[in-house]
Design a protein around this ligand. Sequence first.
Ligand code: AVJ
Length: 320
Amino acid sequence: MSADPLEIYLEERDLARALREDVRTGLTARPKWLPPKWFYDARGSELFEEITRLPEYYPTRTERAILAAHADEIAALTDAKTLIELGSGSSEKTRLLLDAFTRHGGLGTFVPLDVSISALRQSTAEIAAAYPGLRVRGIVGDFTHQLDRLPTGGSRLVAFLGGTIGNLLPAERADFLRGMRTALEAGDWLLLGVDLVKDPARLVPAYDDSAGVTAEFNRNVLEVVNRELGADFDPSAFEHVALWDPEREWIEMRLRACRPSRVRVLDLEVDFAEGEEMRTEVSAKFRPAGIAAELAGADFLVRCCWSDEENLFAVLLAQA
Ligand code: AVJ
């Protein structure tokens, strides 16, 4: 079957407005910040795919191994009719689930949701071609806002993989889990991938690789703001910073101004002092008991929690 046309709940103009608001809020704040969702234009999505193949970046391959080991169990336990994937990107790991559901039988529809139209176009076409008989409904949307648009009916499994929940700040995370629970019916399922707290000597290089791909990914957000809003950032005037915050147990990515500069964007003139740092991403890391408690607090029942031998990453299966 070919994929259904993309359902666009986030039009170009909504995206443009959201970007303008985020840029205005973030660049006039102290310290300055930009939200991580703007990394993922076509170039940023490509760079992220490259990150997932770096030797230092363990999350993707570790999560893939966990899913490979437990996909059949997930299909059997959930017996889902609809698989919804939030922040699906290339949907590469999702194939492990789709393969298991093909063996198990009964899955009728796959619904990937992502803010990146380019990533979604490609993944829906590829998945539809690879799984004949599966209905593929791509949704262009923002997983923090479009939860009420998820298809209803049948037993549903929502997959939120890759550790992307770590991009939310604690209060946003609580809202998200609550919203997710409200969007689901009792008995529906949530499959959640989370990166675990570990030695910073392992964590930090995953966000500051020796090939400099993450640095380029980080600076790409400035290219996005330049192109979409006509700003005049000089990306080469900013250097990549990745640091571990041991209190909040998250990785923070920042861009540090190498020299003083003034950037024109929207109707703003934004000054950067030499050495000034702007936060571009928070990537929270979890402890299994902590995330289980957060899920329970949002009225989910944690049915399974799988990890790898080194306890680098965890995949939790929770039921509404
Ligand atoms: C896609 C949010 C899971 O936080 O590890 C990778 C993004 N940033 N390298 C992560 C990312 C820098 C990634 N997530």
